[in-house]
Design a protein. Sequence first.
Length: 226
Amino acid sequence: MLTDVSLLSAFLVGLLGGVHCVGMCGGIVAALSMGLPESQRHGAARWKYLLAYNLARISSYTLAGALLGGVGWLAAHWSGVHQLQLGLQVIAALFMVALGLYLGGWWQGLAQVERIGGRVWAGLEPLGRRFLPVRSPGQAFLLGLVWGWLPCGLVYSVLVWSVSTGSPLQGAALLFSFGLGTLPNLLAMGVAAGWLSARVREARTRQLAGLLVILFGLYSLFRLIP
């Protein structure tokens, strides 16, 4: 069952995982920002594009969370056993620990998961190219919808978590909260690409974020102990 603590945790995972977001998506954000017409690269005009990209990206996350939450609901109801949902929650917590190790640079196992997801992205990327160069906020929104499916171990970890909710609505809420957590870093990246990229690539920053996410995963496991 999803709680306010779970939603806050998902938000914080997105926020702390920003070190990965900037490394993974920062180049995309910077390229999109620099690719805007000269008259749209500064001030309020730029913010319209950045918000459109990111609103669409979070919408894609939310849809994926609803779909995976629905899978969890079907699995739990078809099996008729509460133990299955409990098992999914354990797997989600373990994925969170794996994510923390990945963010901190101590283990690269989730990179393999991203490579698998890359096969899906290979089919979607040509669709995204149709919206380049971006010339309107509406076009930016459509591009962001595609961008939301970029292979990412961080997103996949939270998607596993959404399966454990056993509800499309709760799965959507979890991914929406996570998406909001990623928003500050990626908006900042669109405004101050060079400075932020340098800060988040520092080993100490990544290791601190990784350690905190590991603690979230261990806390989730502890809560499941009878």
